[in-house]
Design a binder for this molecule. Sequence first.
Ligand code: ADP
Ligand code: MG
Length: 288
Amino acid sequence: MPHRAEKTLKEIENLPGACRVIAVVNQKGGVGKTTTTVNLATAMAAVGKRVLIVDADPQGNASTGFGIPRADRGAGCYELMFDGLSVEDVAVPTIIPQMSIITSSADLAGAEIQLVTTERREFRMKDAFERSANNYDFILIDCPPSLNLITLNALVAADALLVPLQVEFYALEGMTSLLQTIDAIRARFNPELEVQGVVLTMYDKRNSLSDAVARDVRAYFGDRVYETVIPRNVRVSEAPSHGKPVLLYDLKCPGSRAYMHLASEFLKREQAVSSVEPVFETRKAVGE
Ligand code: ADP
Ligand code: MG
């Protein structure tokens, strides 16, 4: 347990207004990481939060989801990690007021190999945040579908993790290795890391398995699982091809409503972290 001075500092850091870094992580692809990053960020910006998205996936789906074509992407996540640039140098505004994005470029695909031989290879992203002003309430990092060195950088840089789980038969597959990785990161690099929440995505009420899977996930993760469940909704999947978050594409659709609910639950949880209990009391729920 941290001594008293550290505890006080941590409490101060987490007061509303301080920048919280959340990595959206699950090493499985197609579970809703990017969709959750983009739409949770948008919903929070809609209620006045200053939000930065870091597109840390070389596939660049979050950047595409904001209608930023590959050809128009200048310096981004790669340059942030390798060229000594700061957030201010590489963040670009999005169509949403109060929200910026650090895009992913083709170079990022080579970062994984380059990182192996780079100095402070696990800390490239954390170091970048530390040399930046971070005038944001939240930084959301959209991780690649792998527990590679880029993801490791996100886990080291993050205060907390948000884990999207697709409601499907194999939802919990891979969670043991994710939790083991989190434990290893805590032990070696980032003792404060916590799982802030687990969000169930692409819930299909017509599929008889859905409820059973959701129950299993809640039994496994307990109250870390958000009550809000994101339904499978075709509007959610259409929105990226229009270069918009679903909240802009169709505010009234069930997917948009669910992400607004999630944002409200998320912010309540964040407020609880910052104002009620010292954070080290709240991070024990998972992985031990
Ligand atoms: P990841 O980033 O984990 O790979 P994505 O967010 O890209 O996953 O989602 C995978 C695919 O599923 C995308 O085509 C996306 O549009 C679609 N999708 C995500 N969430 C929903 C949803 N709630 N309803 C319908 N389609 C969804
Ligand atoms: Mg993605």
